[in-house]
Design a protein around this ligand. Structure first.
Ligand code: ZN
Length: 135
């Protein structure tokens, strides 16, 4: 699978602007991008912490994946994303190794990354994203 690093940690938040304030004013990090991912019904904000990012996720609709997550579990850590060479190959490999996939094929995520999710039920409850910058 060739995981090179934790690309980012996804955090579900109720209010993006308030959360950005905490990360900037308390932790002293700098939000370098805010982006809406329409098909995932989220607005995202990114912070760089060394080579790893924090991705804040605010739902734009109660029926989106983050809206549902917050309704069920409240705000908090949502997923871990690993950087791989090739997200679609890594998804295939995970499936061959018996893991249930959320995304059978990789798709475009925030920051133009090629991404796909593994189902948390088959991997101990941790929603896991695999992402790569190229196909
Ligand atoms: Zn993510």
């Amino acid at each position: 699978m060739n995981i090179s690093q934790i690309e980012h940690i996804g955090v579900a938040v109720e209010n993006l602007q308030e959360s950005i304030k905490y990360y900037e004013e308390v932790l002293g990090l700098k939000c370098y991008a805010v982006e809406e991912v329409v098909d995932q019904k989220v607005k995202t904000a990114f912070f760089l912490v060394g080579a790893t990012k924090i991705e804040l996720l605010e739902s734009t609709s109660p029926d989106g994946p983050i809206g549902k997550f917050i309704a069920k579990k409240g705000p908090g850590i949502h997923h871990i994303a690993f950087a791989v060479n090739n997200a679609s190959e890594a998804l295939k490999l995970a499936e061959e190794r018996g893991i249930t996939l959320i995304d059978k094929e990789s798709r475009k995520g925030a920051e133009g990354l090629d991404i796909g999710f593994l189902h948390p039920k088959s991997i101990g409850g941790v929603l896991t994203e695999l992402c790569s910058t190229k196909k």
